[in-house]
Write a protein that binds this ligand. Sequence first.
Ligand code: PLP
Length: 450
Amino acid sequence: MENWIEKDLEYIWHPCSQMKDYEELKPIVIKKGEGIYLYDINDKKYVDVISSWWCNLLGHCNPKINAAIKKQVDELEHVIFANFTHTQAIKLCERLSKILPKGLCKFNFTDNGSSAIEAAMKVSFQYHQQTGNPQKTKFMALTEAYHGETIGALSVGDCDLYSKLYKPILMDIVRVQGPDCFRCPYGKCRDNCNCECFEHAEKVFKDHGNETAAMLVEPLLQGSAGMKIYPPLYLKKLRELCDKYNVHLLADEIATGFGRTGKLFAFDHAGVSPDIMCLSKGLTGGYMPMAMFVTTQKIYDAFYDDYNSGKAFMHSHTYSGNPLACSAANAVLDILEDGSILKQAQENAIYFNKIIKEKFLPHPNVGEVRNIGLINAIELVEDKQSKKPFDGKLRIGYQIYKKALMEGVILRPLGNIIYFNPPLIIKKEDMDFVTDVALNSLEKILPQKS
Ligand SMILES: *Cc1c(COP(=O)(O)O)cnc(C)c1O
């Protein structure tokens, strides 16, 4: 038998990894996926409770999505998307326009989330250039934001782990102190506060609104920051503030779209629309690298003119609107269409959160259990009263991850935050299993003193 692990380590540089860690924890060679399970070459089963980096929406090897792609590949695998089009892309955009927050109706395709963010930033900048506001050259984003890894997307992000080293080559961003509901400086609670922390945004807009093209935001859930969750009221207030200063509200729904937060899109909780929305991850069910930004007629119109006006958006990606990816996305919408998956997920979300609270809250190192939709995060702290975090160098989350892997559960925590972000189709017995394994793994690393 070939030694796949040895060969992997010889050739492959894995993403977001210190490769030296792989000396001890070898890469796991996955052979097969089915529903929320993955199987390695030794037939060991793993529960993919993080949706393979938050993108798998409806299970691995979903029969309907598989069939759609197989059908499409025999018809058309790819075609240049400038001046050419195809029915899968057209159908997809028409269908999305009917379910997206109101006003979002013009679709621009890219092939990964970071690129969608950058295309959206460029379009916002260019809009202001072409509508008499050339001074609007800045972007605003929240503290601890995450918007991707390419230079522009990394600039708007604010997670030190990913961006600190690169600061000298990143853009200058106007930073808004964002909500921190677990350690709220106002002593409030996210369920019934008035977003007192919004005063930071007001001040920053007053100082910089006039020179800002767009404010980027991960609506309700700052994923990479450690699944930080904040109330919809914050988005409503942001909508008003952006209108006041003629700043585009740019929603990064790459992680939150397609039912992850209990509604189709996180902005649906707030009842307002952004000016530009970025989508990826769940868009193709986690099958194909595809992303897009979607925007309004108003923004689109600012680019629409005779060619020689120079107002066109001259941005492209080779794989823009890839037909295979569009066919997968259409299959996802077919599956979501009757609403039963989302309804089931909403019901299961209540159960999931209940058992997680019951199992984890009594543990002396669990500072908070927070949830939105099926996403649940457990923040581990050194001290429950003071909420003092563990020293990151202890790699508490990583140690728990390794224990859970042995038991067949993929947790991949963010620092000291263990989280579950499963495909929408997860069943109750799987919730019971993964929470038991996670708790056992936690107790192996942080035993409860009794
Ligand atoms: C994953 C993610 C991105 C980046 O998408 P990639 O496809 O990995 O480039 C951007 N924003 C958010 C909120 C994400 O979760």
